[in-house]
Write a protein that binds this ligand. Sequence first.
Ligand SMILES: [Zn+2]
Ligand SMILES: [Zn+2]
Length: 171
Amino acid sequence: MSEFDHTPVRGVQFDLVDLPPEGLDLEGTLPAAEIGLEDEERVRYTAPVSYRIHLEPINGGNDLLVRGSVSTELESICDRCERPYGWKIDTNDVCHEFENAFGTTIDLSDGLREDILMAFPQHFLCKEECLGLCPRCGANWNDGPCDCPEDSPQDDPENPWAALDQLAPQK
Ligand SMILES: [Zn+2]
Ligand SMILES: [Zn+2]
């Protein structure tokens, strides 16, 4: 083993013995489950997690700064149309500090997992302009309009404009 060989002990755990003053670049991939990212009802991890990080001694060489990027691929169910779609996370917001890190095993699992979870959108949408499902017949409006009648004004008594909408030219 060379002086700066930082092969992970397990997952993204590294025995941090020594670092060159300018730091060290590391990259690798590992299964999402290995850093605690489990498939959920509306999310599935379809690719391993890839990381590219820079380890740098800071604070007089006592502490460690880890910066870099992490990415993975996922499949989700669209909140509007209920269809599965693929998407990616690629964030370069990785930034973690470890105090008195040298001579210890540092574990990046929690940090990288949080970096991935922070990159989740508030809503899963197959596309920004997803048209969703018809509330009456359940047809996917992304495939085209369904045969349901246009909403009549009585359907929405709260909307004073509904009657006017009926007069609007059809698209
Ligand atoms: Zn959708
Ligand atoms: Zn319909």
